[in-house]
Design a protein. Structure first.
Length: 147
C-alpha cells in the first residue's frame, strides 16, 4: 500500500483583542463546498514543521508564520487510483505579520477557488470538513491564555 504524509497548520492571527483561525473555502468542480486547513505533502528531506510552513505559505500567501506546537495527527485510508494510507500532521501556528508572497497553487487548487477566510476560532473549527481533531480547541485556548 502506498504511503502519503502531509503537514498543515491551524494558523491563528491576533486581530485587535481576539484571535482568528484561517480556513480555506474550496468549491469543487461539481459545486461541492469544503472548508479546510492549509496542508500538503512533505517534500524531500523536509521536516514536518518545514512542510507545514511551506504548504501554508504556498496556499495562503502568508509567509511570516511561527510554528507553536504539534496538535494532532489524522490517519486514514483513501482510494484514489489505488488504496493510499494518508497521515496528516497538524501544527498550531501564529501569523507574526501580514507579510505575503505570491500564492503557489496546483491546478486542482486553482480550479477550486481557494478563498482565504479569517474566522472566529470556534466557528472555524465547527465548519471544517475534515480536520476537526479532538483537543485542538483546548490547545488553542491554552496558547491564547499564555499570550
Amino acid at each position: 500500500m502506498q504511503e502519503h504524509t502531509s503537514a498543515g497548520c491551524y494558523l491563528l492571527r491576533k486581530n485587535n483583542d481576539r484571535y482568528e483561525l484561517l480556513v480555506i473555502h474550496r468549491t469543487k468542480l461539481l459545486g461541492e463546498e469544503k472548508y479546510v486547513l492549509p496542508k500538503g505533502h512533505v517534500e524531500g528531506k523536509e521536516t514536518l514543521e518545514e512542510a507545514a510552513k511551506r504548504e501554508t505559505s504556498e496556499e495562503t500567501g502568508y509567509c511570516d508564520i511561527q510554528i507553536i506546537e504539534p496538535v494532532g495527527i489524522n490517519d486514514y485510508l483513501v482510494s484514489w487510483n489505488k488504496d493510499v494510507h494518508k497521515t496528516d500532521h497538524y501544527f498550531l501556528a501564529i501569523l507574526k505579520s501580514e507579510k505575503k508572497i505570491e500564492r503557489t497553487l496546483t491546478n486542482a487548487e486553482s480550479d477550486s477557488g481557494m478563498e482565504i477566510l479569517w474566522m472566529d476560532i470556534e466557528e472555524g473549527l465547527k465548519i471544517l470538513s475534515w480536520e476537526n481533531l479532538e483537543g485542538v480547541l483546548e490547545k488553542i485556548n491554552k496558547y491564547i491564555s499564555k499570550t
